[in-house]
Design a protein around this ligand. Structure first.
Ligand SMILES: *[C@@H]1O[C@H](CO)[C@@H](O)[C@H](O)[C@H]1NC(C)=O
Length: 273
């Protein structure tokens, strides 16, 4: 009986003072560590503190009992909107490259569809993983979009390698200047075509990082995006660097909402501890 009264009171209080309600526990709460300042991106009405009932899913990517990264998934288009992860320099002895992955898994990497000329594009690239198990965890379908084969192995791959070089050089943990660390987001924008009448083939793919630069003693960011189209592999197409603000504006046009990828636009100056 007492419990009943307490429950009724709680509900009444919640109705009278909606702000007194405890915050709804959201899926991303369990894996906030993968977001800069533990704050997921904001897409008003789609990904914010209220939007729970929609076509999107917050996924904490658990593999072998450990959270490895986070994915915001579009259940209507059956592709991820983005994956969020931390880049720390690879602890693997082998140089990170597409081929460091154990042989039996390469088949999965090379899956492709001839008619659409697409293969599996990882949002959290397996070559960015700090260890073997995290690398394995990137092979989940919720982290994969159909990507044009020549784009995936061409300009997009060169860009991924270029970003790694930049991050290894500048991006350090603000609490431990000897540790490489960057907060990353890779995403896809749904396109007009589908693979096997099921899975959306994205029109664009994008990537951004936010990290503390020990040389500049400040937080820095960089962004990239490119159309998911086939390219002439002999032409060595490159994807140009953009600012985080440019990318946010580009995404805001697509979503018709004001998109925030990193809290405070990743501009917070370092505060002394
Ligand atoms: C962040 O960048 C966007 C442009 O993408 C801008 O409209 C907004 O005012 C910026 N917000 C802050 C807090 O600097």
């Amino acid at each position: 009986m007492q419990l009943f009264i307490v429950s009724v009171l709680t509900v009444l209080l919640a109705l009278i003072f909606p702000s007194a309600m405890p915050e709804v526990v959201r899926a991303f709460t369990k894996c906030r560590e993968f977001f800069y300042k533990e704050q997921p991106p904001v897409i008003p009405g789609i990904l914010d503190s209220r939007s729970l009932e929609n076509n999107y899913k917050e996924i904490c990517q658990k593999y072998r009992n450990v959270y490895r990264f986070a994915t915001f998934y579009d259940t209507a288009n059956r592709i991820p909107v983005f994956s969020a992860y931390k880049y720390t320099k690879s602890l693997l002895i082998l140089r990170p490259s597409k081929n460091f992955f154990i042989e039996t898994d390469l088949d999965k990497c090379n899956y492709f569809n001839i008619r659409e000329r697409v293969n599996r594009g990882h949002l959290f690239p397996c070559s960015y993983a700090p260890d073997k198990l995290t690398a394995e965890s990137t092979f989940t379908l919720t982290n994969i979009v159909p990507q044009k084969i020549s784009f995936n192995s061409g300009s997009w791959n060169r860009m991924e390698n270029e970003i790694i070089e930049t991050m290894n050089k500048y991006c350090y943990d603000d609490n431990d200047n000897n540790r490489v660390l960057a907060y990353m987001l890779t995403g896809a924008i749904p396109g007009d075509t589908k693979l096997n009448e099921r899975v959306n083939i994205p029109s664009y793919m994008w990537m951004a990082f936010c990290c503390y630069s020990r040389t500049g003693n400040s937080w820095v960011s960089q962004a990239y995006w490119a159309q998911n189209v086939g390219e002439d592999i002999n032409k060595g197409k490159t994807i140009s660097k953009k600012s985080l603000q440019d990318l946010q504006e580009f995404l805001s046009q697509t979503w018709k909402k004001k998109v925030t990828l990193f809290n405070n636009n990743c501009t917070k100056k370092r505060t002394t501890h």
